[in-house]
Design a protein around this ligand. Structure first.
Ligand SMILES: *[C@@H]1O[C@H](CO)[C@@H](O)[C@H](O)[C@H]1NC(C)=O
Ligand SMILES: *[C@@H]1O[C@H](CO)[C@@H](O)[C@H](O)[C@H]1NC(C)=O
Ligand SMILES: *[C@@H]1O[C@H](CO)[C@@H](O)[C@H](O)[C@H]1NC(C)=O
Ligand SMILES: *[C@@H]1O[C@H](CO)[C@@H](O)[C@H](O)[C@H]1NC(C)=O
Ligand SMILES: *[C@@H]1O[C@H](CO)[C@@H](O)[C@H](O)[C@H]1NC(C)=O
Ligand SMILES: *[C@@H]1O[C@H](CO)[C@@H](O)[C@H](O)[C@H]1NC(C)=O
Ligand SMILES: *[C@@H]1O[C@H](CO)[C@@H](O)[C@H](O)[C@H]1NC(C)=O
Ligand SMILES: *[C@@H]1O[C@H](CO)[C@@H](O)[C@H](O)[C@H]1NC(C)=O
Length: 410
């Protein structure tokens, strides 16, 4: 059953008392989806969830942390706070295991570091593993292989860098650096770290951006030998929605974490965000308000509006506008981004939410992993399976919902 509007809640068959309470109150999609994610035990690492398991934990922690910050007194908040800690505690043993090979995981592993840093307290024994686990993640950046230009490999594929990795790398490295060096940024190592954040974002930008559309392809091969590599830039041929979604979110969340004193880095990231936001506003599907799985091939046979990339774009545009990153130079852009973000979120709500008989909310329409370890052809991207209740989509939807709700409150 689809849930087009909140008013349809009256027709719901509610089983669980928790969800009955939620429905009786003025339920918010953010808290409803967050409760549902928790009820499915998503984002708790078991070691059996494949190579994206760390990313699932990281984005779940991110969404629930944002929810706790926005609704400190909501009924789901205490549970969400405890859940973030449980998720972090599920990751720490993997990161601290001496036999654990950080490089056996993609850069996605770094997405789990921010919650550990914020939860760690010297006086709270239940968080004692979080600081060393975050330090191990930080050390793994130094160990990560790089291509001859200095670009971080995303995973085990020699010289390949993906947009996806920036979501996990850039905000964590920034938060860790600022927290360690203090906000002065005067420490030479801190300056080098923030310059590296800037540099990694820029290498991907330079190699993958199409100047005509302003959109960035999934990744590049610095050796230009991959079957899909563009002979001059090394770029892969297509713009994959979710990978660009991760990159857009990375720009916003990095800006949020960067100290004001890091003016050059801030200026560079801000410029990218403004250009990309303009391109995303142009690339949105005018009919639905969502974004295509293969963004550079709108309307082509087999293509479809994908629910994780769309949620990430809505979130990045709304949050970028709210924090003033899109205004200033161009107030039109901020207004447009807000309008497009709200409309996109509304489409996701109407189209992909599934109200289960037990009162939980499901989230549909999220493509499974798309890898450059493939032909990277159009047929490959539109042929990958679509998952129901992928937390990569539903957690991004929570983040977008929180932004929409802030607009409604203010
Ligand atoms: C939330 O908590 C308050 C106070 O504990 C209670 O009165 C209210 O019924 C709860 N609402 C829901 C939706 O559980
Ligand atoms: C609610 O129902 C859905 C669909 O059957 C199921 O996947 C989910 O685990 C259920 N959740 C709870 C808390 O029972
Ligand atoms: C550490 O990793 C090794 C090798 O993967 C595994 O056998 C062992 O159970 C792990 N230990 C813990 C505490 O997770
Ligand atoms: C700076 O980095 C170097 C090389 O990684 C390290 O040996 C040194 O301890 C760092 N200094 C500070 C103040 O962190
Ligand atoms: C850039 O985008 C334009 C417009 O879609 C397209 O014609 C061109 O082939 C693209 N360039 C590359 C290198 O993909
Ligand atoms: C401002 O943003 C709008 C909307 O994206 C765009 O059409 C316009 O070209 C931008 N103006 C400048 C000066 O960048
Ligand atoms: C999810 O979407 C697919 C494709 O549109 C559809 O076949 C499937 O029934 C949907 N799942 C649910 C639970 O609505
Ligand atoms: C990359 O693709 C090849 C061919 O499908 C496969 O054998 C290999 O396991 C893949 N590599 C990884 C790390 O998944």
């Amino acid at each position: 059953m689809r849930v087009p509007t909140l008013s349809c809640l009256a027709e719901a068959v509610i089983v669980s008392s928790l969800f009955a309470n939620l429905a009786a109150a003025q339920v918010k999609y953010s808290t409803w989806m967050a409760s549902s994610i928790m009820s499915r035990s998503q984002g708790i690492m078991t070691g059996k969830g494949g190579s994206s398991e760390l990313l699932q934990a990281g984005i779940t922690q991110r969404a629930l942390t944002a929810l706790v910050a926005q609704y400190p007194h909501d009924n789901v908040t205490a549970g969400a706070r405890a859940y973030v800690q449980r998720s972090a505690a599920s990751v720490a043993p993997f990161t601290l295991n001496a036999s654990y090979d950080a490089l056996a995981y993609p850069l996605d592993r770094l997405s789990t570091g921010n919650a550990m840093l914020s939860l760690y307290s010297a006086s709270d024994a239940s968080t004692s593993t979080f600081r060393p686990a975050a330090d191990a993640l930080r050390l793994s950046i130094d160990l990560n292989r790089r291509n001859p230009e200095g670009g971080l490999w995303y995973f085990t594929y020699p010289q390949w860098s993906y947009l996806d990795g920036m979501y996990s790398f850039a905000p964590f490295y920034t938060v860790y650096t600022v927290g360690t060096a203090g906000s002065s940024g005067s420490d030479a190592n801190a300056t080098a770290a923030l310059d590296d954040v800037d540099f990694q974002l820029d290498l991907l930008w330079t190699h993958t951006r199409n100047a005509t559309t302003g959109l960035l392809a999934h990744g590049y091969d610095a050796s230009k030998t991959a079957v899909w590599a563009n002979p001059s830039t090394g770029a892969s041929p297509h713009v994959w929605g979710r990978s660009l979604g991760w990159y857009a979110v990375a720009l916003v969340e990095t800006l949020e974490a960067l100290p004001k004193s890091a003016c050059t880095v801030r200026g560079n990231v801000l410029e990218k965000l403004r250009l990309l936001a303009g391109a995303l506003v142009e690339a949105v599907d005018p009919v639905t308000g969502g974004w295509w799985q293969v963004l550079d091939q709108p309307g082509r046979a087999g293509n479809y509006i994908e629910s994780s990339g769309s949620a990430m774009f809505a979130y990045a545009l709304l949050k970028g506008a709210r924090l003033g990153y899109l205004g200033g130079a161009n107030a039109t852009l901020a207004a447009k981004a807000t309008q497009v973000g709200v409309r996109g979120h509304g489409y996701l709500t109407q189209t992909f939410l599934v109200k289960e008989a037990n009162g939980t909310l499901g989230y549909n329409g999220t493509v499974s992993v798309c890898s450059l370890n493939s032909t990277a052809s159009y047929e490959y991207y539109v042929g990958q399976p679509i998952n129901y209740n992928s937390v990569l989509g539903s957690a991004a939807y929570v983040l977008a919902s929180l932004e929409v709700e802030q607009l409604q409150i203010s």
